[in-house]
Design a protein around this ligand. Structure first.
Ligand code: FAE
Length: 538
């Protein structure tokens, strides 16, 4: 792929030196002296589609480099500037919870009838796979659990291309992202409260049978959760809020860090409720042309626009990016996208299950608070390496009872992969995903649960997880792949055959994030791509 502009002649320093400089937020203006016509109001040097982990990193790095950038996000801007509670409560949920549906869509009941609204949690159904994502300025970070988990080098190298140097990510990019998100393990004074009884029970059961749990880094502001505990502000995380956003402001979502800092550079403008419908490369001007529908909170189009740019960054998530690119290929607006597009898609091995009847002395508390704080690493599981996270089951916020139960999200090295096709008659994506998908991870989870059950010395555990229906497997919170690194793009997210077109989000991932939650790796890879792209292509 050709370089349009060589930055090397301007910056007489090693790439690491430059990266350090950029990370320290020095403003390096790439725009000065460029040929933009200020009167061309629909043109910007760069456009980013989507504001999740990939899009937000791209926005900040372009802003720091002084590139005029417009960021298009189909969802709403949820930040509250006047102290109002912007998000739906967990129970009962209202229309703000869910993207354009008549009912709430959580994988587990209860479900509530709601009005159609551009709410924050989106579910897309593909036959036997339901895919959950966040929609809004901040993407998945608005609805996520903040669990910031890094894969081990061994697992990473099993699934990522060998050209991606884990040690470089570990030394430079993982720490950079962690510090931006301010992800920390729960402090002891909070961990020891009744709100996290459930996590202590989990740890004790695992300890008893020699399984390893550890506290994980969480991108939450623990001081705000202390204020919730001390009654200084209304409870949010401590009342189970998480998946529809946190009204106390305790979640360090991307709108508060990457995206805010991007806007603060003065070079980045974020346009919410701007849904991209198609993209085209105009070969005679060399520019990308982006069709956008401006939508209201009922999802209706109130205006249509065409925007233009020289550099286009895809950050619409695994489904959003794959959809837009497959549509462009099918409709001939980006006809040279290669044949890997739509392939190698996976769920990160997501499966969910309950363990009940944990034993007389294992009360998990009437209130199981968010966020999840602990995970069990069973990397020598004989079936496949697995991570089992202990999510709260916030039934106590509806009826104050102790359920003596645990809700678990498991993930790991699952080998099933799906493939997308584009249906030209409906304009929708189709996913070919076998009903037997995720079987490997379910077998692995059974293995670990059987071991955990041995901890119940009074034999009261009749965990329903041992029946096949105990697992929710046809869903994922972690859609990964569809336009993978090293296949649809080079090793830095540059799309093959299209100069100036980049992918920076979860569609780059090889269907898995290597026995870890994905956000940290998505953002670290995006940081790595952006450093390279800004250095070499601008
Ligand atoms: P993503 O964050 O999905 O952002 C894409 C953005 O693009 C969204 O805001 C979309 O609204 C927008 N978009 C899509 N199509 C268009 C279009 N046509 N025009 C304009 N905008 C568009 O992408 N991961 C963790 O590491 N730890 C966790 O604790 C965790 N918990 C999760 C909990 C839930 C309930 C869910 C759903 C996910 C969770 N994840 C977690 C996964 C994580 O949120 C996800 O991997 C990343 O957010 C993906 O980042 P992307 O940048 O790929």
């Amino acid at each position: 792929m050709s370089k349009k502009y060589s930055r090397r002649k301007f910056i007489n320093t090693s790439s690491k030196g430059f990266l350090g400089l950029a990370a320290a937020s020095s403003l390096i203006t790439l725009n000065s002296g460029c040929k933009e016509d200020p009167n061309e109001k629909n043109f910007s040097k760069a456009i980013i589609i989507g504001t999740g982990f990939g899009g937000a990193v791209a926005a900040l790095r372009l802003g720091v480099a002084g590139v005029n950038t417009v960021v298009l996000e189909k969802g709403m801007h949820w930040a509250s500037s006047n102290g109002e509670k912007p998000f739906s409560k967990q129970f009962p949920a209202d229309e703000r919870s869910t993207w354009l549906r008549d009912d709430t869509v959580l994988p587990l009941p209860p479900h509530t009838a709601i009005d159609r609204y551009t709410g924050v949690l989106e579910m897309q159904e593909f036959g036997n796979m339901n895919v959950y994502t966040g929609a809004g300025v901040g993407g998945g970070s608005l609805v996520y659990g903040g669990m910031t988990v890094k894969p081990t080098k061994t697992h990473f190298e099993q699934v990522f291309p060998s050209d991606i140097d884990y040690d470089e990510l570990d030394a430079m990019y993982y720490p950079r992202v962690k510090s931006m998100l301010n992800a920390q393990t729960i402090p002891l004074d909070l961990e020891e409260t009744e709100y996290f009884d459930y996590s202590r029970v989990f740890k004790n059961l695992a300890d008893t049978v020699g399984l390893t749990t550890r506290k994980i880094d969480i991108a939450y502001d623990w001081d705000i959760i202390r204020q919730e505990r001390d009654g200084l502000i209304e409870k949010s995380a401590l009342e189970g809020e998480l998946i529809y956003g946190n009204n106390s402001g305790c979640k360090n979502s991307l709108d508060k860090n990457y995206l805010k800092q991007a806007q603060d550079t003065g070079f980045v403008r974020i346009e919410a409720q701007h849904k991209v419908t198609s993209i085209l490369k105009n070969e005679s001007t060399g520019r990308y042309e982006i069709d956008v529908d401006v939508i209201n909170t009922r999802g209706e189009t109130v205006e249509s626009k065409k925007l233009f740019c020289e550099y286009l960054f895809m950050g619409a998530g695994s489904l959003g990016t794959t959809h837009l690119l497959m549509k462009a290929k099918a409709e001939g607006t980006l006809p040279m996208l290669n044949s890997f597009l739509g392939k190698n898609w996976g769920t990160n091995g997501n499966t969910m299950f309950m363990r009940e009847n944990l034993g007389l002395f294992n009360g998990t508390g009437t209130i199981q608070a968010n966020p999840p704080i602990r995970a069990l690493e069973h990397f020598d599981n004989p079936i496949t390496p697995i991570l089992i996270e202990n999510a709260p089951y916030p039934i106590g916020s509806i009826v104050p009872v102790d359920c003596f139960c645990h809700l678990h999200l498991a993930l790991g090295l699952e080998s099933t992969r799906g493939e997308f096709s584009f249906d030209t008659s409906t304009g929708q994506l189709r996913l070919d995903w076998p009903d037997s998908g995720n079987e490997l991870i379910i077998q692995a989870a059974r293995e670990t649960v059987t071991k955990l059950d041995e901890a119940d010395i009074i034999q009261e555990s009749i965990s329903n997880t041992l029946s096949p229906t105990g697992f929710t497997k046809n869903f994922t919170y972690h859609p990964l792949g569809g336009a993978t690194l090293g296949q649809v793009t080079d090793m830095f997210g540059r799309v093959e055959n299209y100069d100036g077109l980049y992918i920076v989000d979860s569609s780059l991932m090889p269907g898995t994030s290597a026995v870890a939650n994905p956000s940290w790796t998505i953002a670290a890879l995006a940081e790595r791509c952006m450093d390279h792209i800004i250095l070499n292509d601008f």
